[in-house]
Ligand binder design. Structure first.
Ligand SMILES: [Zn+2]
Ligand SMILES: [Zn+2]
Length: 428
């Protein structure tokens, strides 16, 4: 039996054992299903529909697919092979936050690239090869508690800074799931939201990322050498920016300096940061005034620097969502409780009040643990490493690796499954 057959068999066993445990998503019968099998020749089998969970589970435990998806959309005929023949009824709002889509410092430790043109390699993420300036790469991306924590924090921001205050979404309409790999999905089940068009979803996504916030529209202006800010009574972005500004001003000077030195976000040079800090008390006084909206006069601060500062604040507040996922009303998303074929982890649903303590790589609550192949009898497995470099994997509080090509290793069962699913090792 080769490794693919081995993983396929494990997945089948998982679905057989959990045939009563997989959650039943709402409007189950109106969803389209899609599976990606282990055979790489086949991209995706889609346009399927199941009349009951029992039928879905029968299929899953006889086939044990690598990935399992269902539609965010509801259809009259979900099994119709033709998209236009399905009869679109509406679509849940899906928001995907994936650590792969934004910069995190830990990627310098655990992500690698190899240039296919010249053979150069390095850590982190690059747009172009520093040697040959081409951009044909083979990449190896990994996960760790740090990037998953950042993704989790983005979900929390999304719920409490946007969905609840700005869109009046109720907590019981929000479903969150750990994707089984690098991030989280959030689904809103609300009848009004279901009717939104793709364009309307794009507007909503732009609002959440802060992509096209116009400071002029919010009220930033200059008259006779005085700069005027937005009013804190206006809800939405104006209020968020001012609150965050106040939070920044209340930090110790050294922290403000550190904070504003983040060039990716603020792009302010040191002398401007210094004059900003010198005017901090004045700014704090002026920001509390509710009858006039004047900005302090800061040495060197014209419209350009004010915009740089507020743009940095917006970047800090906006949520890093994957926009195409939210805009596409025919997108399929991972089915809760199914297995992710690139990790062997479960797509784990979590309630909003469980997310603070949730730690997918070392979860204490058994009912929320995505690592389903942890062996209770501490069995280990022997593997040979196939990839040039494999970064450290920390699962269940234990570190494994780093490894190099040809290493023969012996690791706990769940770590072995992870490395096999990642296709960086083979059984021996
Ligand atoms: Zn190169
Ligand atoms: Zn990381």
């Amino acid at each position: 039996m080769n490794d693919i057959q081995y993983l396929n068999r494990l997945f089948k066993e998982y679905y057989r054992e959990n045939r009563k445990n997989l959650p039943l998503i709402n409007s189950f019968n109106e969803r389209e299903f899609g599976f990606i099998p282990w055979d790489k020749q086949i991209r995706m089998i889609r346009h399927m529909n199941f009349s009951s969970r029992e039928n879905l589970m029968k299929n899953l435990f006889s086939n044990g697919p690598r990935h399992v998806y269902s539609s965010g959309a509801l259809y009259f005929q979900p099994e119709n092979q033709d998209m236009s023949g399905k009869g679109f009824k509406g679509c849940d709002l899906i928001i995907d936050i994936d650590a792969d889509h934004f910069y995190t410092p830990c990627k310098e430790d655990h992500d690698f690239w190899y240039c296919k043109e010249c053979g150069e390699s390095g850590n982190g993420i690059v747009d172009r090869c520093p040697s040959c300036h081409k951009s044909k790469f083979k990449t190896l991306t990994w996960i760790c508690e740090k990037c998953l924590d950042i993704a989790k924090y983005e979900i929390i921001k999304l719920i409490y800074d946007f969905l609840i205050p700005d869109f009046a979404i109720e907590l019981n309409q929000i479903r969150i799931a750990f994707s089984g790999h690098r991030g989280y999905h959030l689904k809103i089940e609300n009848d009004k939201i279901r009717t939104l068009s793709s364009d309307e979803r794009r507007e909503l996504a732009d609002y959440i990322t802060g992509e096209n916030v116009s400071f002029e529209i919010l009220g930033l202006q200059t008259r006779s050498g005085t700069f005027y800010r937005f009013s804190q009574d206006t809800i939405g972005w104006a209020q968020k920016i001012l609150r965050k500004t106040e939070e920044i001003l209340n930090k110790p000077d050294a922290d403000i300096k550190n904070y504003l030195s983040n060039n990716e976000k603020f792009n302010l040079n040191n002398s401007y940061i210094k004059s900003f800090i010198n005017s901090k008390q004045d700014f704090l006084t002026k920001i509390k005034e509710t009858n006039r909206f004047i900005l302090p006069s800061i040495e060197g601060f014209g419209m350009t620097n004010w915009k740089k500062f507020f743009t940095g604040v917006v970047h800090e507040l906006g949520v890093e969502i994957d926009i195409p996922v939210t805009v596409d009303i025919h997108r399929l998303i991972r089915y809760p409780g199914s297995l992710h074929g690139k990790t062997g982890f479960k797509v784990q649903e979590i309630l909003p009040d469980e997310i603070d303590d949730f730690n997918p790589l070392d979860e204490r609550k058994e009912s929320l643990d995505p690592i389903v192949f942890e062996s209770k009898v501490h069995t280990t497995q022997k593997l040979e490493i196939l990839e040039e470099k494999v970064p450290v994997t920390k699962i269940k509080g234990e570190k494994h690796g780093p490894y190099s090509k040809g290493d023969i290793i012996e690791v706990p069962h769940h770590v072995a499954i992870f490395l096999l699913c990642k296709e960086v090792a083979k059984t021996i």
